[in-house]
Ligand binder design. Structure first.
Ligand code: NAD
Length: 428
């Protein structure tokens, strides 16, 4: 059953009025509203960041500890609603630390933006690709990218090509966006050269827009874990056999797109949660990663594993356009706090941390899957959710979850019965 309609002119109301209306109409009482919608300071920020804000979602924020990345210890802030993501990341991080941790690297933060032109003749295309055009484009961009250039970034070159199906001509601009995610910088760059592109090509621009693909802004992470160090985590398997099964699981994900989707989703559990905690654009990061995984025309694994010299080796490579400044990142206090915890990294360091996290998340999932499955841990967390749904809070919620887990029936009815039995016990 749907709730009462919100007024059509919602956006014209004062933010506090919108929030009050939203909470009164759609939450089950003030306690639920307080748990599910953040307070008035958060509302002010939401109202600045988005249109028609009615609140700020209280997404769980947790810390995955135990990461050793390039010789340095890290605690990672993750914002995510899915149970087990943070526990799994920390679990894998601690295993990998036994072998010396993660080694990472990241490319320069190069991104591409496009002016798509229609009605361009072969001569116009050649003019746009000429050296003279290059000078004009560079000059136009130099005029708006002074601060980026002072930071070592800015325009890095262009490419002109025709798309055979639509006949559109693309002017691709490469820009080093330094510590920004870069979307606005790139869109501004394309719009800045639009008139020059039209004049030079004789065509008309259809649109000016960045691409989120970021295929030259890759980050990589790897680890090497001696099989002896894996042994305590092999859950009934020998270390050799557990490692062999991990490698086979990777080959499966690389072969079967049906498995690759979920394999890569597991990687993004970590990466997107870090992106969320730092107030980065999670959709941009997701789109780029999945496109990269499908670049051969078939969806494949973003990670890979092998056994060599008595060790299990894991590695990952993916595009990571994460901002350490700009957008909402350095505006939102939660984003700033998250970055502070990470030691105020630049965008490349942040990408390297995210790559290590993605690999840790993947290793945790694959190791669990091939050594007994993931459901047991998940169901324990599910029991806690059921207990909450059944009305239990605090210690009672933990006790009710224990009762549900011990009974093995993960249903709301079982949770309600557990809560009722606890209340009866407390009343007697
Ligand atoms: P932005 O617009 O805030 O630009 C970055 C700013 O930071 C610039 O003004 C730059 O001068 C400044 N800056 C300070 N120190 C810097 C440094 N060391 N390196 C680089 N810049 C520095 O942010 P942006 O990164 O250009 O754009 C990101 C925002 O754009 C996100 O909110 C994203 O959601 C949004 N967006 C995304 C898309 C998309 O992904 N398709 C499209 C449009 C907008």
């Amino acid at each position: 059953m749907s709730g009462p309609a919100l007024p059509a002119g919602l956006r014209k109301l004062a933010p506090a009025e919108r929030k009050a209306l939203w909470e009164r109409l759609y939450f089950d009482g003030t306690e639920a509203a307080a748990a599910g919608n953040a307070g008035s300071e958060a509302l002010e920020l939401s109202d600045l960041l988005v249109e028609s804000a009615v609140g700020a979602l209280t997404l769980p924020l947790g810390i995955a500890q135990g990461f050793l990345i390039d010789g340095r210890r890290y605690d990672l802030p993750l914002a995510v609603e899915e149970p087990s993501v943070i526990a799994a990341a920390g679990y894998a991080a601690r295993i990998v630390a036994e072998g010396g941790g993660f080694v990472t690297e990241a490319d320069e933060p190069l991104m591409e933006s496009y002016v798509y032109l229609e009605g361009v003749s072969a001569e116009g295309e050649a003019r746009l690709a000429s050296e003279g055009a290059e000078a004009r484009i560079r000059a136009a961009l130099g005029a708006i990218q002074g601060s980026l250039e002072r930071r070592g970034g800015g325009y890095r070159g262009r490419r002109v090509y025709r798309l055979p199906e639509t006949g559109l001509v693309a002017l691709e601009l490469s820009v080093d966006v330094r510590d920004a995610m870069g979307a606005n910088i790139l869109n501004t760059a394309a719009e800045t050269v639009k008139s020059q592109a039209e004049e030079l090509s004789g065509g008309k621009a259809l649109m000016c827009i960045l691409s989120n693909a970021s295929p030259r802004r890759l980050a990589r992470a790897r680890f090497e874990l001696p099989l002896a160090a894996l042994a305590p985590f092999a859950r009934g398997f020998s270390a050799d056999e557990a490692a062999r099964r991990v490698v086979l699981a990777w080959r499966l994900a690389d072969e079967d797109p049906a498995r690759a989707v979920t394999h890569n989703k597991g990687i993004m559990n970590g990466v997107a949660s870090l992106a969320q905690a730092t107030l980065n654009d999670t959709r941009a990061v997701e789109a780029a990663a999945h496109a990269w995984a499908a670049r051969s025309g078939r969806l494949r694994s973003l990670s890979r594993y092998e056994i060599a010299d008595g060790s299990l080796r894991g590695a990952i490579e993916l595009p990571l356009a994460l901002g350490a400044v700009g957008g909402s990142v350095d505006l939102h206090p939660a984003g700033k706090a998250a970055l502070r915890l990470l030691g105020d990294p630049d965008s490349r360091r942040l990408a390297r941390i995210a790559a290590a996290l993605g690999l840790a998340q993947n290793f945790a999932a694959v190791l669990a899957l091939v050594t007994g499955g993931i459901q047991k841990g998940h169901m324990r967390l599910h029991a806690a959710r059921l207990a909450y749904k059944a009305g239990a809070r605090g210690d009672d919620a933990r006790r009710a979850a224990d009762i549900v887990a011990a009974g093995g029936a993960y249903t709301l009815a079982a949770a309600e019965a557990a809560v009722a039995s606890l209340r009866a016990g407390a009343g007697s």
